[in-house]
Structure formats: C-alpha cells, structure tokens
Design a binder for this molecule. Structure first.
Ligand code: MN
Length: 302
C-alpha cells in the first residue's frame, strides 16, 4: 500500500484492519494478537446475515479511540494483526470446523493470541479445538442467550446449536447468560453438572460471578452477542428478550482477566443488517476490550 501522500509525509490511506492501525502496529511480526475474520453463516437456522459481521466490526473499529479509558492502556500498542477473511468451506460445517482449527493452530504455534470475528457461533468449535491442543488445561467461558448444547441439529453435529456441546467434549465449559434452551439441553446441563448462570435480573439471588470459580487458569472466551439485551444488541440472528447490559458483560470479563489468563476469544453472530450501526460499534468495542484483557497486562507495566 502506498504510505505517503501528503506533503507532511503522513498517510492519506486508511489501513483496512482492526483499529485502522499503521504497519508498525498491524504487521504479523509486530502483533501480539491476531484477528481472523470468519464470514460464515451457513448453518444459521433462523435469520442469516452474520457473514456480514466481520467487515462491519472492522469498519466500525475505525471509530474507536486507541486509548482505553478503563484500563489506562494504549490498546494499539499491543499490536493487532487482522488476517484476510477465512473462506467458507462449502462442503459443510465439518470441513469448515477443520479449516478454522488449522488456521487458528498456525497462529497459536507462533505464540500469538488469536481472536475470531464471526460469523455464526459454530466457528467456535474449531477454534476451541486448536486452543485445547495449545493449552491443555483450557476452559471455556461461553456467553450466550442460548445453551448451544444440542448433540446435533438439522443433520450436523458442527452447527451453531451444538457449539457449546462440542467445546464441552474438549474441555470444561462455563455457561453464562442463557435464557432459551430445549429440554435436551436442560437435561444435559443438569445431568452433567455443567456450571451455568441462567440469566437472572434479580442479582440478589445469584450472580454470573458465582460460576467463575469453575474456570481454569487459562480461559477461552466465546461471546454470542445475543447474550446482551436486544435493546442494546438487536443485530443478531436470534434475539432473546432480557440479557446482560454492557457494563455487566465488560465487568465480568474484567474479573476473569484479573485472576486468569484469557488466551483466546471469539465474538460471534453480529448480523449488521438487523440493527442500527451502533451494534457494529458495540461489537467492535467488545473485541477491543477482549484484546486488552488478553494482552494488556504486558503493556500496562503491571
Ligand atoms: Mn445464541
């Protein structure tokens, strides 16, 4: 890319990557975090559109400040490399899962923290598989309005409705924010004592924090944006009434980052056409927060 155009030698080009970072903060060599756009929504059963999510997140990220007010951290200084988008594998969700696993594993081998920009929630399966290979004591914090614990759905075990179930077969999973599930899922969670915080606005009775003790020291965070209240996040394929507020979600992630190492993450299910532009901005800010929580300690002098 041409990098000069003004008489002052400053770039007149907007770099097409998360946060629109210059080469010295976005090259693979400079980056601690690698973001992989996965524009895939082929198993979506209700409203599709999350294939448009990665581009909307990247575009919205241009409007974020590099400096994080809460963490007192220049997030850009962490170094964030945005890869080209991963091409959907049209042979089906099984081959797509393998493609995602291989792509993620390649970057984990080089010591990067990997985050996925979804895309539907089935993309989590391959990413968790790769992370378990790299971090054998991994556990997964699974934030979603739905349990995604069906053994299979619509003829495939690798669809969005089975993502938490496949992850659970690899490592411990902690569910947070669920408020819609089928009988099979309810019984599976109960019979296996899967740690779960069903969404409950009456926080005096229970809290999401009550299940965090079940997480191991190395944590993969998987976010379906429908965990948020649809008043805040209507741009998802399957919006469910109720849900977490922004600060509830971010403070929960902050608590996890205080006591554990967040080693990987994904942010899924943004369907930008289903909501106002603010939803893409919110999704981008969440990615930014996860980058900071995962790698910010290295840069804040702690
Ligand atoms: Mn969901």
């Amino acid at each position: 890319m041409p990098d000069t155009g003004s008489s002052a030698g400053e770039s007149i080009w907007i770099p097409h990557n998360f946060l629109a970072l210059p080469q010295e903060q976005s090259s693979l060599e400079a980056a601690q975090v690698v973001l992989i756009p996965v524009p895939y929504d082929s198993t979506t059963s209700f409203r599709s559109g999350s294939r448009e999510g990665p581009e909307a997140i990247i575009s919205a990220s241009y409007g974020l400040e590099d400096y994080d007010f809460e963490l007192e951290l220049d997030v850009a200084s962490i170094g964030i490399h945005t890869t080209d988008a991963l091409e959907p594998h049209m042979a089906g969700p099984g081959p797509m899962t393998d493609r995602i696993k291989n792509a993620v594993a390649g970057y984990l081998e080089t010591g990067k923290t990997v985050g996925l920009l979804g895309g539907e929630h089935s993309i989590t399966i391959g990413s968790v598989q790769a992370h378990v290979d790299a971090y054998p004591s991994l556990s997964v914090l699974y934030l979603d309005a739905h349990a995604d614990m069906r053994n299979e759905y619509m003829g495939t075990p690798f669809g969005h409705a089975s993502a938490a179930r496949r992850a659970y077969e690899c490592c411990p999973v902690v569910l947070v924010g669920q408020r819609s599930l089928c009988q099979e899922e309810h019984d599976f969670i109960r019979d296996n004592n899967v740690p779960v915080w069903y969404w409950d606005p009456n926080s005096h009775r229970s809290s999401a924090e009550s299940v965090l003790d079940s997480l191991s020291d190395t944590v993969y965070v998987s976010v379906d944006l429908d965990v948020l209240d649809p008043a805040l996040m209507p741009a998802v394929g399957t919006p469910e009434p109720g849900g977490l507020a922004w600060h509830q979600l971010v403070s929960l992630l902050g608590k996890v980052a205080e006591s554990r190492q967040i080693v990987g993450f994904d942010v899924c299910e943004l369907a930008p056409a289903d909501g106002p532009p603010a939803c893409s901005y919110t999704a981008a800010k969440l990615v930014y927060k996860l980058v900071a929580y995962a790698r910010g300690k290295n840069n804040s002098g702690d």
